[in-house]
Design a protein around this ligand. Structure first.
Ligand code: LLP
Length: 455
């Protein structure tokens, strides 16, 4: 079993503390108390950790000589309360669907601070983006460029555009599903094939499009930053060619998101301030090398802002011991709220609700869904687990709830945030009635089943 030591602290929220009874608290609130109050599975966000990550990025960006902005990639985890918190911290929101645009707009984030990505934005999504005045439309391919030009022209509007460049650079230290910068990718205009240049030329010929700059995103959960440098250099070499051929000078530039975070104490860890400063330095150097003015720099982190701030709490329901083979510990969540182990082979640690001196046993922590692949952690150490125990999965703040499903008609968990001893319910647990909310066929009245919302 992991001890509550400096190694473990790397994967816990900044405010995590252990009391004399071996119980963890976050944001000044004991986790066991939150589990009793709100039920499990429960996702908990530590607001201080999110604010500290924003501040770390800001310190790094302060080393950039030009202007800089931080944009949160909503796909990591979307909620109205989180968007409002980040907007308060001065961030914009990067959206990839009408759903995310709608939520950000509903949360009160000004349109100017929204960036809209996606490799197949629907006509209706582009229309919505123009209607709510999205600050930057990141055009991904030729079909989209023509569609956007037609819509903007018809509506008598001008769309502020970045072109997403495909730099032909592949980050090798991440899962293949998370690489996007290589030529063989569905994302972006390849520089190599001339598509990116034709897109610039198209923008120049269309008065409804205002080409403000370039964007790239090479992948996600990346620790080796060298591919960013390569991609930035390729983007600026391209920008210089476009200046020479078409007189286009980018006023803005984004090298995307993708900074990796440790999920287990053995994983590497990036210093966010240093990483942001390094990206800023490479952009500065590339602009200087090509004699281009410093563009406004945008960074687009998702995971590195919220992953470690979030914890998942589960309750053990069953322990199955197969002597000489394996001990399965089944919890009340699993792949419906965290698909990452099944999808990417992602590794997590599991912590006991209470750290004790009891000797630890090696177990496999599984979910409650009808799949043998519904495993949260293959190799975990827990003090002789039994039904009713609480277990904690740290670093659950990014791409868990965001990718959650209603598989087996699971109800998505409640989400609370803690700060300075206060607890806020950000999202209530889904209810049984939520599960039939879209059903259009009348059914006989059911009696005897509790339909009231869970706490
Ligand atoms: N910008 C763009 C254009 C992106 O596509 C992404 C992530 C980001 C920013 C934010 O990347 P981050 O800083 O969060 O790494 N479901 C996967 C991750 C997919 C990331 C998709 N794009 C996972 O669970 O590991």
């Amino acid at each position: 079993m992991r001890k509550f030591d400096t190694e473990l602290v790397r994967v816990l929220p900044d405010t995590a503390r252990m009391d004399a009874n071996g119980q963890l608290s976050v944001g000044g609130r004991p986790l066991a108390e939150l589990a009793s109050e709100f039920g499990t599975p429960l996702y908990i966000y530590d607001v201080a950790t999110i604010r500290a990550a924003c501040a770390a990025f800001r310190r790094g960006l302060a080393q950039y000589s030009g202007e800089a902005s931080l944009i949160y990639a909503a796909k990591a985890y979307a909620s109205v309360a989180l968007f409002q918190l980040l907007a308060q911290e001065g961030l914009g929101i990067d959206c990839v669907s009408d759903g995310e645009l709608f939520m950000a707009h509903y949360a009160g984030v000004p349109g100017e601070r929204l960036v809209f990505h996606g490799n197949n934005k629907l006509e209706s999504e582009l229309e919505l983006a123009l209607r709510i005045g999205v600050g930057r439309l990141v055009v991904d391919n030729r079909d989209e460029l023509e569609l956007l030009a037609a819509i903007a022209t018809a509506e008598g509007k001008t769309a502020a555009v970045w072109l997403r460049l495909n730099p032909g650079v592949e980050p090798h230290d991440t899962h293949a599903y998370r690489r996007t910068g290589q030529l063989d990718s569905k994302f972006g205009f390849p520089i190599e094939t001339g598509d990116a240049e034709r897109a610039v030329s198209f923008c120049q010929s269309c008065s409804a499009l205002r080409l403000l700059g370039y964007h790239l995103h090479i992948g996600s959960q990346i620790f080796d930053l060298a591919p960013y440098r390569e991609a930035i250099e390729r983007a600026f070499a391209f920008a210089a060619r476009m200046r020479d051929r078409y007189g286009v000078v980018p006023r803005e530039f984004s090298p995307g998101g993708g900074l990796g975070v440790p999920y287990t104490p053995d994983d590497p860890m990036l210093d966010l301030t240093q990483a942001a400063a390094m990206l800023a330095e490479w952009v500065q150097a590339a602009a200087r090398a090509w004699n281009l003015p410093l563009p406004r720099l945008y960074l687009e982190p998702g995971r590195s802002l919220v992953a470690r701030a979030g914890l998942a709490l589960y309750r053990v329901g069953a322990v199955k011991r197969i002597p000489g083979v394996r001990t399965y510990v089944a919890v009340d969540g699993g792949m419906a709220d965290n698909i990452r182990p099944a999808l990417y082979g992602a590794r997590y640690v599991v912590l006991p609700g209470r750290f004790t001196e009891r000797s630890a046993e090696q177990v496999t922590v599984v979910g409650k869904y009808c799949e043998s692949g519904d495993v949260l952690v293959w190799e975990a150490w827990l003090p002789t687990p039994q039904r009713g125990d609480l277990v904690i999965v740290p670093v659950a703040g990014a791409y868990c709830l965001a990718m959650a499903s209603n598989y087996n008609l699971a109800r998505r968990p409640a989400v609370v945030a803690v700060e300075d001893g206060r607890v806020m319910l950000w999202q209530r647990r889904e209810t049984l009635t939520d599960l039939i909310a879209r059903e259009m066929v009348a059914a006989p009245k059911v009696t005897g089943i509790e339909f009231s919302p869970c706490p």
